[in-house]
Design a protein around this ligand. Structure first.
Ligand code: FAD
Length: 410
């Protein structure tokens, strides 16, 4: 009998990981990995950090050298998939060719959200999602004296931090009253704001962009309180939109992302989706959530592959992501909307932990330069351990020993 063909659309984090995972889980059929970018699959986290500092040296590839020979995976780069026919199990490629699949994984990721006000300004205004965009921004930052970043989320703050390290004056414009308001507790937002201000970043929170124009060599951005921000380089940091068009046009269920079940299966039994393009039921928050993190892309890729092969996928772990700013490593696990947050250590230390509690139960945690505690914190969150604030803030209590002790009692 002919070996089956599994096709993966999107050769980013989830797609590349899934291709390798298929072989790791002993799939012997044909694997075709199709990506519309002209590069080998690469990691995106370095785009706002190392690539901006060292655009010529940083090569954030995902797949090992020689993988095609070793694994037989067929990589088609620079080829967009234009249409999906669920009934015929067929894809139409941009070059007009058709490709038939037995099972399909959609790993199409997301694209940077744009603002019409800035779009009309032309060159010098940058989105940051792809390697080419990161290289263009790196070149622009080298020519600029000032950069204005619209949006104070993770990407906006990482770009501000990288710009400062390159000697560029940074202004961040954020319409919410706090930076990272969507995915960090208020105590961390305030901490980050003070760190950025100490480094000389002009942080304009609670203000909205209402107009923008080119003015000689610079841009002038006008805010709703009349403030005018001038900069030679402007960066969009206003979030990302999932690439769902292929799925939606084919008739798959789509909400804020392609709707998938716990096994990453879409509304069609032979089509799966993984990564930034998915919207999945989340047991932590009891709602459908679209996560845009490196860990989610890898975890969903593994889950999807297990399900495509008819294996039982491992249960999803505690959601986790990180950001690096000014040499600080900040990691986040679990629910960032926990109602109560306590500090383990003090905010004046270079390293500390924030613990998020729902009553006595640890439901979320943030480590600042204390990545070594993350494993134990994730274990405690996964157990929904009722440890209470007194224990968590007591630095003499060893978190690893505490997690181990509790694990033995459940
Ligand atoms: C600048 C930046 C910094 C980040 N930093 C961090 C960090 O510090 N920590 C963290 O946890 N996460 C970080 N992330 C998030 C993380 O990189 C993403 O969550 C992850 O890349 C998502 O993987 P993905 O495979 O879903 O999407 P992607 O990696 O975006 O890959 C999707 C690929 O599919 C391609 N594609 C789309 N449509 C088609 C089509 N029709 N045909 C063919 N190809 C198609 C796209 O062009 C793209 O190449 C960062 C992201 C960015 C942009």
């Amino acid at each position: 009998m002919d070996q089956p063909t599994f096709v993966i659309v999107g050769a980013g984090q989830a797609g590349a990981r899934a291709a390798m995972e298929l072989r790791r889980q002993h799939f012997e059929g044909r694997i075709v990995l199709i990506g519309d970018e002209p590069h080998m699959p690469y990691e995106r986290p370095p785009l706002s950090k190392q690539v901006l500092w060292n655009p010529d040296e940083c090569q954030p590839g995902i797949l090992p050298r020689g993988f095609e020979r070793e694994t037989g995976i067929v990589l088609m780069s620079g080829v967009a998939v234009q249409a999906l026919d669920l009934r015929r199990h067929a894809l139409t490629l941009a070059d007009g060719n058709q490709l038939v699949y037995d099972k399909l994984l959609l790993a199409t990721g997301a694209r940077a959200r744009r603002l019409p006000l800035l779009d009309r300004l032309g060159a010098g205004v940058h989105t940051l999602r792809t390697l080419d965009e990161a290289r263009a921004l790196a070149a622009s930052l080298r020519r600029a004296r000032r950069v204005a970043i619209v949006g104070g989320g993770v990407i906006g703050l990482e770009v501000a931090s990288s710009a400062v390290e390159l000697g560029v004056e940074a202004t961040v414009i954020e319409q919410a009253d706090a930076v990272m308001a969507r995915n960090a507790p208020a105590v961390l937002s305030r901490y980050l704001e003070s760190v950025h201000r100490q480094r000389g970043v002009a942080l304009l929170t609670g203000r909205r962009l209402v107009d923008a124009r080119r003015d000689g060599d610079a841009f002038a951005l006008i805010l709703d309180d009349g403030t005018e921000v001038r900069a030679e380089t402007v960066v969009y940091g206003v979030g990302a939109e999932p690439n769902v068009e292929l799925a939606r046009d084919a008739g798959l269920a789509v909400g804020n992302g392609i709707v998938v079940d716990a096994n990453c299966r879409t509304s069609d039994a032979d089509v799966f989706a993984a990564g930034d393009n998915t919207c999945q039921w989340d047991t932590w928050t009891a709602r459908h959530v679209r996560r845009e993190t490196w860990e989610n892309a890898n975890r969903q890729a593994e889950t999807a592959v297990s399900a495509m092969l008819g294996h039982t996928p491992a249960l999803g772990g505690v959601p986790w992501f990180w950001t690096d700013q000014y040499g600080m490593n900040i990691q986040f696990a679990g629910d960032m909307q926990a109602p109560t947050w306590v500090v383990r250590g003090t905010l004046d230390d270079p390293a500390f932990v924030l613990c998020g509690l729902q009553g006595e139960t640890l439901t979320g945690a943030v480590t600042v330069n204390r990545g070594q505690d993350m494993r134990s914190l994730k274990d405690l969150i996964a157990m929904r351990a009722a440890v209470g604030p007194e224990v968590l803030t007591d630095s003499t209590q060893n978190l690893r020993a505490l997690a181990k002790r509790l694990q033995e009692t459940v």
